[in-house]
Design a protein around this ligand. Structure first.
Ligand SMILES: Cc1ncc(C[n+]2csc(CCOP(=O)(O)OP(=O)(O)O)c2C)c(N)n1
Ligand SMILES: *[C@@H]1O[C@H](CO)[C@@H](O)[C@H](O)[C@H]1NC(C)=O
Ligand SMILES: *[C@@H]1O[C@H](CO)[C@@H](O)[C@H](O)[C@H]1NC(C)=O
Length: 603
């Protein structure tokens, strides 16, 4: 079946023919026996999902969709070319790809999110199939997903391990020890089969059996050979990621064609059409319930906002990694228990699951944990951008202002990290009202959204009627005689306001700006304020200098003549202490702002 086109395109251009050959029968059986889908409408909400976690085998995926009739066979010859969507690894530029793969170990987590959504939110018949490499299964994230899937009884999920013995530079650690894989999968609570991955009849039968099993996900350990069907290459070292030698291509194609037993045209079975039509766009918010001067931590306001969002749209879902009573996603859980997914202490998997939930516009997903712990999921977040994911992430407990818990819990790199993600909007709300807007705007904003929340209680500074937009800063304090523009966010905005009060008593006025989103940054407001204050700007942030607000502002005003940006930021490794002591120690308190402003005045 697909082998011919697979091989022809693979031999012509791909770096990974041997990784495709081991999976040829698996993919053929999935696409033309097991899976139910509309070949002419790959993104249909009712279709079974397929995730190629071993993304480097992309040519076999493209070959399958060509065999199904969605791609033209001639398209395959454009593999990896600059003007073709058939890239080296699959991305959702192609409507049959839900999440980008290629960074190994991430496909099963996303598959878990899709399967959870299918079973518990959509309550639909579609099933989810994920193909992994054996080398890939050394990734810890695979086993986070394995634990998740059995805990939630995802019987609509099948993981197929293509155990072809070899990795990239040498054999995978377990080689062909399929019994060890089986024990591991069973220990993780999966219904598990070991099969000959080149036996079409056995694969058909096993995949049928998997669909009869209730309350457990199914793992299929497929014993295969890398480079199967190519003499001199099959099961040999040193062929990973290598095209076949040019002078051998014709004979290899002939060799593979000779192995094809039938040229019968096969078509997939249609899906059961029982996934509900839903709308997740244009979610409206009611005005916030805070009064100016109320004290509430933005992390707490996040929970309130998320439950209101959940009320406004029934496809909003929340995830957390066992920190729900710290991030306050618990408030959402209490209001909408059926739409909360506890992901336990597995942040990489949580991010992948959230992305899986958000595929095909099935949900508006918000995943939260301490912002510090999102850094261990950075590769997953990065892949989320390539996946065109609309997932929303909330990181609480940012900065030294968390206090006594000490540096392991303090996020001081998260702004830098999220600013560097190409599709990401970075919200940094400073009070209850702006937090509520951040949550509603995130729900309605494409791409990845990150909301940075803080632990300490802070005063509400905006009236419930205040309007917020992505990329629109607020000038929160101004007069005609301002000499310096101070930009703060979160706790440091409140420090800046306290500094403004103190300085005003001494006859010195400053302008204070709340950027609201750090990316996109409202350069126009910052530049016009900076110009009104003689080009003097001071940024103050509970984050490291590198990649933080100061550098974002410096970049925004670069090229403006006469501007000077001074950055007050955390440096070095902090320690435990009272929040106020730490703000002083790291030079980001009102006191430090007053000093910095005074020295600017003195110059
Ligand atoms: C996270 C990550 N690490 C390393 C690589 C580089 N890489 C690509 S394929 C591969 C070997 C994969 O082996 P396996 O999962 O067994 O797949 P197969 O043998 O089927 O090609 C490696 C190391 C990668 N793509 N992603
Ligand atoms: C979270 O809940 C647990 C169990 O009730 C409790 O022991 C813990 O102190 C709570 N944590 C926070 C930060 O409130
Ligand atoms: C999701 O909906 C948006 C419209 O809000 C649309 O542009 C997009 O293509 C949809 N994505 C998928 C994968 O269906």
């Amino acid at each position: 079946m697909s082998c011919v086109w697979l091989t022809r395109s693979a031999l012509a251009a791909t770096k990974h023919p041997t990784s495709c050959c081991s999976a040829a029968e698996i993919v053929s059986v999935l696409f033309f026996n097991t899976m139910k889908y509309k070949a002419d409408d790959p993104g249909n909400i009712n279709n079974d999902r397929f995730v190629l976690s071993k993304g480097h085998a992309a040519p076999i995926l493209y070959a399958a969709w060509a065999e199904a009739g969605f791609l033209k066979e001639s398209d395959l010859l454009n593999l990896r070319k600059i003007d073709s969507d058939l890239e080296g690894h699959p991305t959702p530029k192609l409507p049959f790809v839900d999440v980008a793969t290629g960074s190994l170990g991430q496909g099963l987590g996303a598959s878990c999110g899709m399967a959870y959504t299918g079973k518990y939110f959509d309550k639909a018949s579609y099933r989810v199939y994920c193909l992994l490499g054996d080398g890939e299964s050394s990734e810890g994230a695979v086993w986070e997903a394995m634990a998740f899937a059995s805990h939630y009884k995802l019987d609509n999920l099948v993981a197929i391990f293509d155990v072809n013995r070899l990795g990239q530079s040498e054999a995978a650690p377990l080689q062909h020890k399929t019994d060890v894989y089986k024990k591991r999968c069973e220990a993780f609570g999966w219904n598990t089969y070991v099969v000959d991955g080149h036996d079409v009849a056995e694969l058909c039968c096993t995949l049928w059996q998997a669909a009869q099993v209730k309350d457990k996900p199914t793992a299929i350990i497929a014993k295969t050979y890398k480079g199967k069907g190519i003499a001199g290459v099959e099961n040999e070292d040193n062929w990973h990621g290598k095209p076949m030698p040019k002078d051998k291509v014709e004979s290899i194609i002939k060799e593979i064609q000779n192995q094809i037993q039938t040229n019968k045209k096969l078509s997939p079975q249609p899906p059961v059409e029982d996934a509900p039509e839903i709308s997740i766009s244009d979610i409206k918010m009611q005005s916030p319930n805070y009064k100016i001067g109320d004290k509430i931590a933005t992390r707490k306001a996040y929970g309130v906002a998320l439950s209101k969002l959940g009320q406004a749209n029934s496809h909003v879902v929340a995830l957390d990694g066992d920190t729900k009573n710290s991030t306050f996603s618990e408030t959402f859980k209490n209001a909408h228990p059926d739409r909360y997914i506890e992901c336990f202490i597995a942040e990489q998997n949580m991010v992948s699951v959230a992305m899986g939930c958000a595929t095909r516009n099935r949900t508006v997903a918000f995943a939260s944990t301490f912002a510090a712990f999102l850094s261990r999921a950075y590769d997953h977040i990065r892949m989320g951008a390539i996946s065109q994911s609309n997932v929303n992430l909330c990181g609480s407990h940012c900065g030294v202002s968390i206090g006594e818990d000490g540096p392991s819990q303090m996020a001081l790199e998260d702004i830098a990290m999220f600013r560097a993600v190409p599709t990401c909007t970075v919200f940094y709300p400073s009070d209850g009202v702006s937090t509520e807007h951040a949550v509603f705007l995130a729900a309605n904003t494409k791409g990845i959204c990150f909301i940075r929340t803080s632990r300490p209680d802070t005063a509400v500074i905006y009236s419930p009627e205040e309007k917020f937009e992505v990329g629109q800063a607020k000038v929160v304090r101004q007069s005609d005689s301002d000499r310096v523009t101070v930009i703060g966010a979160g706790v440091t905005l409140h420090e800046a306001l306290a500094a403004a009060d103190e300085l005003a008593k001494q006859g010195m006025n400053i302008r204070v700006i709340d950027p609201f989103t750090i990316k996109p940054l409202d350069a126009a407001t910052i530049i016009s304020s900076g110009r009104a204050t003689g080009g003097h700007i001071i940024t103050v942030e509970d984050h490291y200098k590198e990649g933080g607000i100061g550098e974002a502002v410096a970049a925004a005003v670069a090229g403006q003549p006469g501007f000077i940006v001074q950055s007050l930021a955390v440096h070095g490794v902090p320690r435990s202490g009272k929040p106020s002591e730490l703000l002083d120690m790291f030079g980001i308190s009102a006191k430090s702002i007053v000093e910095a402003v005074k020295s600017t005045f003195a110059n």
